[in-house]
Design a protein around this ligand. Structure first.
Ligand code: NAI
Ligand code: MG
Length: 335
């Protein structure tokens, strides 16, 4: 029995979280979910979208599955999601871009993993107006965070037999901040060249990287980059493998791991039984691997891949007309 915190979130969060819990149960994995509330819907009840209980539960269980959260205006938070990552020091946002069904992918050979620095960069939230006519946002890059995220990327590359790590930056223009990131990435790479010379290292300027990802995605493997680039590049990557409905992610600290899809709360389709649960389901597959439930993880991943490849029961984002419930049932019956 695993104790896992569940934050269903808001928007499509509750629908897809319920679907995922059902599939995990059908796969025979015993999880005791500790459900905690966060998001726009709990403002009235707690006076905050992020009650302390959320942190207590995650700190205790060390593992959480999280639905998307909308940050209500006037809640005192710039972003509830960013606040969770910062408070728990979940410094690595990892987003695998794997093709499960080639009919939805731009190129069936895509197999990349984006490592996004998750605690600093332009997301530190230090912004102000300068008079009426200008505004400034501060971007913070530290050696420590740059080193930690690159080390995590290399560790992963070693463990998963990856061939190459690419550092993504704009150091040609942001010579100090991205320059420092790149310097630390190179130091980490040098260290790994000694123990794991089979893993290549290179770096790419972020705009060029975007073009390369679209034109030659098969040439890229593990990508590591500062926060904002990771946000943008991982959505681009999601587009290459079939859209936000298929793109999973995880936020990792040294001890705590929070698993969540790349997408947001999709208010345009919330509460309509239309959301694609697969991005959160694939996030839960990453979670099951983290918990050592490898066999169940494989079965769930294969069942979802079968449904995608058959193409008979698909949600609207994938060109079908099935409901969340229908695709959930279809995945369960493939289990
Ligand atoms: P979004 O990802 O919620 O939606 C973008 C588009 O993709 C929409 O058309 C939506 O319907 C569609 N979509 C997203 N997920 C889908 C799914 N599972 N199935 C089918 N269609 C799906 O991005 P948007 O609209 O920019 O943000 C909405 C809210 O979500 C905002 O308040 C934002 O701050 C929040 N957000 C939260 C995140 C999180 O909790 N980690 C991440 C990104 C955004
Ligand atoms: Mg994003």
């Amino acid at each position: 029995m695993h104790n896992v915190t569940m934050i269903a979130g808001d928007g499509i969060g509750p629908e897809i979280s319920e679907a995922v819990a059902k599939i995990i149960e059908a796969a025979g994995v015993k999880i005791k979910w500790e459900k905690v509330e966060a998001g726009a819907g709990v403002m009235d009840k707690y006076g905050t979208p992020l009650p302390e209980k959320v942190f207590e539960s995650i700190r205790k269980n060390k593992v959480a599955l999280k639905g998307p959260i909308t940050t209500p205006v006037g809640s005192g938070f710039r972003s509830v999601n960013v606040a969770i990552r910062k408070e728990l020091n979940l410094y690595a946002n990892v987003r695998p871009l794997k093709v499960h069904a080639k009919n939805f992918a731009k190129d069936e050979n895509i197999d990349m993993v984006v490592f996004r620095e998750n605690t600093e960069g332009l997301y530190v939230g230090i912004e102000h107006y300068v008079g009426d006519e200008a505004a400034e946002s501060i971007k913070i890059i530290t050696r420590r965070a740059s080193r930690k995220i690159t080390e995590r990327a290399f560790e992963y590359a070693v463990r998963e037999d990856r061939k190459k790590v690419t550092a993504v930056h704009k150091a040609n223009i942001l010579k100090f901040s991205d320059g420092l990131f790149l310097e630390e990435a190179r130091k980490v790479a040098e260290k790994y060249q000694k123990t794991n010379p089979e893993i290549k290292f290179d770096d790419k300027i972020v705009d060029n990287m975007c073009m390369q990802m679209v034109q030659y995605p098969e040439q890229y493997d593990v990508l590591v980059m500062p926060n904002l680039y990771g946000d943008i590049v991982s959505d681009l990557g999601a587009g290459l493998i079939g859209g936000l409905g298929l793109a999973p992610g995880m936020n990792l600290g040294d001890e705590i791991a929070v698993f969540e899809a790349v997408h947001g709360s999709a208010p345009d389709i919330a509460g309509q039984n239309k959301a694609n649960p697969i991005a959160l389901l694939f996030s839960s597959v990453l979670m099951l691997r983290h918990l050592g439930e490898t066999e169940a993880a494989d079965r769930i991943e294969n069942a979802a891949a079968l449904v995608l490849n058959k193409g008979e029961v698909l949600t609207e984002d994938l060109g079908g007309s099935a409901s969340t419930d229908q695709i959930t049932e279809a995945i369960i019956s493939e289990l």
